[in-house]
Write a protein that binds this ligand. Structure first.
Ligand code: RB5
Length: 142
């Protein structure tokens, strides 16, 4: 499993700590930035991650910004991306089980790091259920 991760200035600290968590789990991580707290525009990073998921250079992705919404809105412009915003571990579980989200989005300014880590672990550890959820996912593309 190879994961891509991206963030704006609001997500740098959590990104760095999540990269460590992921590597401790034996997961290869590609970092798409940003890596400083200088103000940046989240689409510049979201598009890089989305393209890497779409072209298969990473299997899945994690994106962080202040609310998570800028990243989610941008990522979901890509046909090959299902980006799901999660703010509690149960949502991290369901965004995989029901939505088969290939990018997990975290609102870094509104959750603790411990919650972010629990969400990531839940998302990674939960398989997609398929069945009726696959039928619904099949209806998403325009
Ligand atoms: C940055 O201040 C903030 O707007 C951004 O991190 C994010 O919340 C946008 O949706």
């Amino acid at each position: 499993m190879k994961l891509g991760i991206c963030n704006d200035h609001a997500g740098v600290d959590y990104k760095n700590r999540l990269v460590q968590l992921l590597r401790d789990r034996g997961i290869e991580v590609q970092n798409f930035g940003t890596d400083t707290s200088d103000s940046v525009d989240y689409p510049d990073y979201a598009h890089r991650l989305a393209k890497a998921v779409e072209d298969g250079s990473v299997d899945r992705g994690i994106a962080l910004c202040g609310t998570g919404n800028g990243m989610a809105i941008t990522l979901n412009k890509h046909q090959g991306i299902r980006a799901g915003l999660a703010w509690a571990p149960e949502i991290g579980e369901l965004v995989s089980r029901h939505n088969n989200a290939n990018v997990l989005v975290l609102p870094a300014r509104f959750i603790s790091f411990e919650t972010a880590a629990a969400i990531v672990n839940a998302w990674l550890d939960t398989p997609f259920e398929g069945g009726r959820h696959q039928c619904r996912i099949d209806k998403i593309p325009l």
